[in-house]
Write a protein of this length. Structure first.
Length: 256
């Protein structure tokens, strides 16, 4: 029942924003840029949760976790109206207002982070423009309704699933089909890091995705669909990337 109410809430917010549009001359995706310590090598783009406010990443202490680990990347925190997910408009806006300008500025590597509905946005972008993205972190992502994820489980998993279920949401099926193609490429598969609470309302969807990812890139903790749980998962993923950074530095020093 809670999942149905959550989906209804999404629909209500989308309807609310349908009549709203940004003023001419203004970006449809307002954002805040936090510059990194090594110029313009890496950019991390953060998609907000369903509420659409990127400022939560700072107020909830997520950015502090990044700074405490001395990551050198710049971070761009987005505000995203839920209405922008209609027709996947979010994808092309991120492309034209964030990714292309960042590349023009000289950024060489681009990573995406998204929580809940923001995770949905990050996955949409990565599967549409895989050539643009070097890594993705999604925490408790909303991917589809339960009907499709259950059909995938019954088919033996995403790698063997073929048919959209009767009365299945076509959009949800298309999202899963895109993910199916994306992770079938081993290089793309390595790019996704997934985290979710074991009592999360979207746990079944997350497990379907987890089953086709590398085990070392899937993190779980006790907890539900809330900031406390997401913070614990974010810390785990930040530690994972810090360890990768240390390993790369050691490897670089050992090379003649």
């Amino acid at each position: 029942m809670k999942k149905v109410m959550w989906l209804c809430a999404i629909a209500s917010i989308v309807v609310l924003f349908l009549g709203c549009s940004g003023s001419r001359g203004k970006k449809a995706l307002p954002s805040v840029r936090y510059s990194g310590m090594t110029g313009k090598r890496s950019l991390v783009v953060l998609f907000p949760t369903m509420g659409g406010k990127g400022s939560h990443y700072e107020t909830q202490g997520f950015l502090d976790e990044v700074w405490e680990r001395d990551f050198e990347a710049s971070m761009e925190v987005l505000d995203v109206k839920p209405s922008l997910y209609l027709g996947s408009r979010i994808v092309e806006l991120v492309k034209t207002e964030v990714i292309e300008p960042a590349k023009a500025e000289g950024y060489k590597e681009i990573y995406l982070i998204g929580i809940s509905l923001g995770g949905h946005g990050a996955l949409l972008y990565a599967t549409t423009h895989p050539e643009d993205i070097d890594g993705i972190v999604v925490l408790a992502p909303f991917i589809s309704g339960d009907l499709v994820s259950e059909a995938i489980e019954e088919a033996g998993g995403l790698d063997t699933w073929e048919d959209c279920p009767f009365l299945g949401w076509e959009y949800a099926c298309n999202v899963w089909k895109s993910l199916q193609v994306y992770v079938s490429d081993s290089e793309n598969q390595k790019k996704i890091v997934l985290g979710f609470g074991r009592e999360d309302k979207f746990v079944d969807q997350c497990r379907v995705l987890a089953d086709v990812l590398l085990p070392e890139q899937v993190f779980t903790v006790p907890g539900g669909h809330d900031w406390e749980t997401w913070k614990k998962l974010f810390v785990k993923t930040a530690d994972y990337f810090r360890e990768l950074k240390i390993q790369r530095q050691r490897k670089s020093k050992s090379q003649p």
